[in-house]
Design a protein around this ligand. Structure first.
Ligand code: HEC
Length: 173
């Protein structure tokens, strides 16, 4: 019994030492060739297509087809329809994937304009009188948090239906 008690005490005394070994070595250095800190994407100067791949394609897929199983709507051939209903222009900037991305405001404006190009993801859904987004517009819209995303989106979809627009967003509703 006494032996067991000593053993327990010894374990208690040794425990902090075991933990101490898990603390990173303060003398540890970067691996050779890996010394420079990573450049944030907002300063990296990648092309729009690369920004899309890095920040959006993980959920929306490379071709913008989205994933109904993950509640990610299809942008391909559809996303431009939001610009045909009141509030839709703001909505596109304020969705979390956009407003909370690591891209800066000018990059987001470029990305939206890239999506809306006639040969872009939005394809024929882009209105013919499309006015490009500017960095200033994105700056202002982005700062306004959207509190009720499903409700806002449902209202916009309802307005599209009223205009006779086919809701080809890949979602069930
Ligand atoms: C973590 C997954 C994820 C990422 C990353 C993401 N999105 Fe999204 N996106 C969604 C989901 C899910 C929705 C549906 C609305 C919602 O719940 O936010 C959506 C909605 C949208 C919409 C509105 C379209 C609609 O039909 O409602 C646009 C536009 C959009 N995203 C663009 C982007 C862009 C551009 C990026 C990259 C800068 C991006 N998203 C990054 C998941 C994502």
């Amino acid at each position: 019994m006494r032996k067991l008690l000593f053993l327990g005490l010894a374990c208690l005394v040794a425990a902090p030492l075991v933990h101490a070994r898990a603390i990173p070595d303060p003398k540890q250095r970067h691996a050779p060739g890996n010394e420079a800190p990573q450049t944030p994407i907002a300063q990296a100067g990648y092309s729009v297509g690369v920004n899309y791949q890095l920040q959006c394609a993980g959920c929306h897929l490379g071709n913008g087809m989205g994933s109904p199983a993950n509640d990610t709507p299809r942008m391909a051939g559809f996303v431009g329809n939001f610009l045909k209903v009141p509030g839709g222009r703001e909505f596109l900037v304020r969705v979390p994937g956009m407003s909370q991305s690591a891209l800066n405001n000018a990059q987001l404006a470029d990305l939206l304009n890239w999506l809306m190009r006639p040969d872009g993801m939005a394809g024929k859904s882009t209105p013919t009188d499309y006015q490009p987004y500017t960095a200033e517009e994105v700056t202002a819209l982005r700062a306004k948090t959207m509190l009720n995303l499903p409700g806002t989106r449902a209202e916009l979809i309802k307005q599209m239906r009223a205009q006779g627009i086919a809701i080809e967003d890949g979602m069930s509703n």
